[in-house]
Design a binder for this molecule. Structure first.
Ligand code: NAD
Ligand code: DAU
Length: 372
């Protein structure tokens, strides 16, 4: 079943997981670009959720609700009371290493949480109006997913397209794949107006420092070992987080209902090269700004060594996917989207953000960040 965009005159958004890394960057972008279209953020504030990620945004047109997507009645109430007609669904457990250690919470949040949202959306947007003899409310459910659902590529394999068969390899990617299938089924079976995007690795501000890029930046500043899994040759396709927000905006504006869109940076890097790039960039920052050596005396550059001296090869991740790469032709040709931020610029911006936002990451690292 394929239709064009639902005819929503003024969008009122429910952004799930809007206090996490990508969700918060999306809300920031959305409020700048669409100030007349209000946002409700629904976030359970797990370890990865941080209300401070929304600092400066909250107000009558951007309200925060502390709660879980698994609470179907809460979601139904928000859809009715706030006249929500658009859901942008980011909420998830997102870290592969955690899914290997403890998969259950991934099933709960990513699969059952998505099921709960879909049931609430269908009930309020479709079943309740139908019971009154009215047509379904104009609506749009956008599901944010990942390239990891497609599995792992060898060096010379072509990049993932929207038609690549699903082959998830980790508990995380299996839970995301299941959620994608549920979203597809709610469209095909019940006619819910959905779109899905599958994006590659994001980086940028507010990235929780368990993921590769922020972990490496902060470990360099603290003079702590940089753990590189296996031989460091695994490849990821990196996209600046604001470009992901722009890609989702294009799908919300003009995406075909029932369809999926790959979003990526066409920007493949071996992990070890990313780590070396971060090291070199931080070495330059320290050389340019002597105050950094006073602020971060344990960083190698403070005593004239290169940050690369911290690189340490450690045991590989279990089931570590070798390579991800996105073919983003569809979103480029059909919706006119391509990334605006080059990787060089994005890395500089990201490193500057971490250097300039020590209060944010200190609170995150000592666990005192905003949980209510
Ligand atoms: P994140 O871990 O930084 O944030 C997830 C947010 O979801 C947190 O704020 C958390 O509190 C919230 N959350 C978790 N369970 C919840 C629940 N039951 N109810 C309400 N809120 C809940 O994740 P992220 O990196 O921002 O990823 C966001 C989405 O984008 C995820 O769906 C992820 O699969 C997808 N994605 C991430 C990347 C990436 O590179 N990080 C790439 C492609 C797709
Ligand atoms: O591809 C999209 C996915 O990207 C998202 O769906 C996930 O939510 C997101 O977490 C990310 O998954 P990755 O596993 O690719 O990201 P991570 O930052 O954990 O790891 C990136 C690569 O770096 C991966 O090959 C593992 C490696 N790595 C990671 C860490 C944390 C290391 O070598 N050392 C590390 O300490």
């Amino acid at each position: 079943m394929t239709d064009s965009r639902a005819s929503i005159t003024k969008r009122r958004l429910l952004v799930t997981g809007g206090a996490g890394f990508i969700g918060a960057n999306f809300v920031r972008y959305w409020r700048e670009q669409h100030s007349a279209e209000p946002v409700i953020v629904l976030d359970a504030l797990t370890y990865a959720g941080n209300r401070a990620n929304l600092d400066g945004l909250e107000g009558p047109e951007c309200r925060f609700v502390h709660g879980s997507i698994n609470d179907t009645e809460l979601v139904e109430g928000l859809l009715r009371d706030e006249a929500i007609n658009t859901i942008v669904h980011f909420a998830a457990e997102s870290h592969v290493d955690r899914s290997i250690e403890g998969p259950d919470v991934f099933i709960e949040a990513n699969i059952l949480g998505t099921l709960s949202l879909l049931k609430a959306a269908r009930k309020v947007w479709m079943l309740e109006p139908e019971a009154d003899g009215s047509p379904a409310l104009a609506h749009h459910f956008h599901h944010v997913s990942t390239d990891e659902v497609f599995g792992s590529l060898a060096t010379d394999d072509p990049a993932f397209t929207e038609r690549t068969a699903y082959a998830p390899n980790s508990p995380y990617s299996a839970s995301k794949a299941a959620s994608d299938h549920l979203v597809r089924a709610w469209h095909h079976t019940y006619g819910l107006a959905v779109t899905t995007s599958n994006c590659s690795n994001n980086y940028g501000p507010y990235h929780f420092p368990e993921k590769l890029v922020p972990l490496m930046i902060l470990n360099v500043l603290h003079g702590v070992a940089l753990p590189i899994y296996g031989d460091g040759m695994n490849v990821r396709d990196w996209l600046y987080v604001e470009d992901h927000a722009r890609g989702i905006e294009r799908v919300l504006d003009d995406g075909q209902l029932g369809e999926t869109y790959n979003i990526g940076g066409c920007n493949e890097w071996a992990n070890i090269d990313i780590v070396k790039l971060i090291c070199a960039t931080l070495d330059e920052r320290f050389a340019d700004d002597p105050a950094l050596a006073t602020r971060f005396p344990k960083s190698p550059a403070a005593s004239g060594r290169s940050a690369e001296s911290l690189m340490t090869f450690v045991s590989d991740r279990a089931g570590h996917d070798f390579r991800y790469a996105i073919n983003a032709n569809r979103i480029e040709t059909e919706l006119g989207f391509s990334p605006a931020v080059t990787f060089e610029d994005g890395v500089q911006r990201t490193i500057d953000w971490y250097l300039n936002n020590e209060t944010w990451w200190k609170a995150v690292m000592d666990g005192s960040y905003c949980k209510t």
